[in-house]
Unconditional design. Structure first.
Length: 144
């Protein structure tokens, strides 16, 4: 699939597309960092009451849940406390991603020369690194 032009991204943000085209663009945004950047750049100019499409948020959460499912289940860990901690983390991570998707972090990044940061370490990669770091520590805790 070729890259999305700005008009299509704007139409996507304005939610004025057919469901099918909306899906297509959404899928492309997931797989294409360049178009995701276009999306994030333009979302700032969208209406203030803009709300992330529900399916987009659901998929963000779903991707975190699939990460969670990759963690091997440890039958010796039955502690509610650990589960709660993990749930809290999932919620925090979801919020981080959702805020990121909605362009909040894009504003923060543009203050500190966003494109350069983007080039050196994609923000999503940082989140993934932090997430796996947490999972490692969590598993470490479980072995004790
Ligand atoms: Zn693209």
């Amino acid at each position: 699939m070729e890259h999305l032009n700005k008009e299509r991204v704007l139409a996507y943000i304005a939610d004025s597309l057919s469901e099918e085209e909306h899906e297509t663009i959404e899928q492309h945004l997931y797989s294409c960092e360049s178009c995701m950047n276009t999306y994030l750049e333009n979302i700032e100019f969208s209406t203030p009451d803009y709300v992330i499409s529900e399916s987009f948020t659901d998929k963000t959460v779903a991707s975190i849940e699939s990460l969670y499912s990759m963690v091997p289940k440890n039958p010796t860990v039955n502690s509610n406390t650990k589960n709660k901690t993990f749930v809290h983390y999932i919620v925090a991570a979801s919020l981080t991603l959702i805020l990121f998707m909605s362009g909040v972090f894009q504003n923060a990044l543009s203050i500190t020369d966003g494109p350069k940061i983007e080039k050196d370490t994609p923000f999503t990669q940082k989140i993934m690194e932090q997430t796996s770091g947490f999972v490692d520590r969590w598993l470490e805790e479980g072995r004790k």
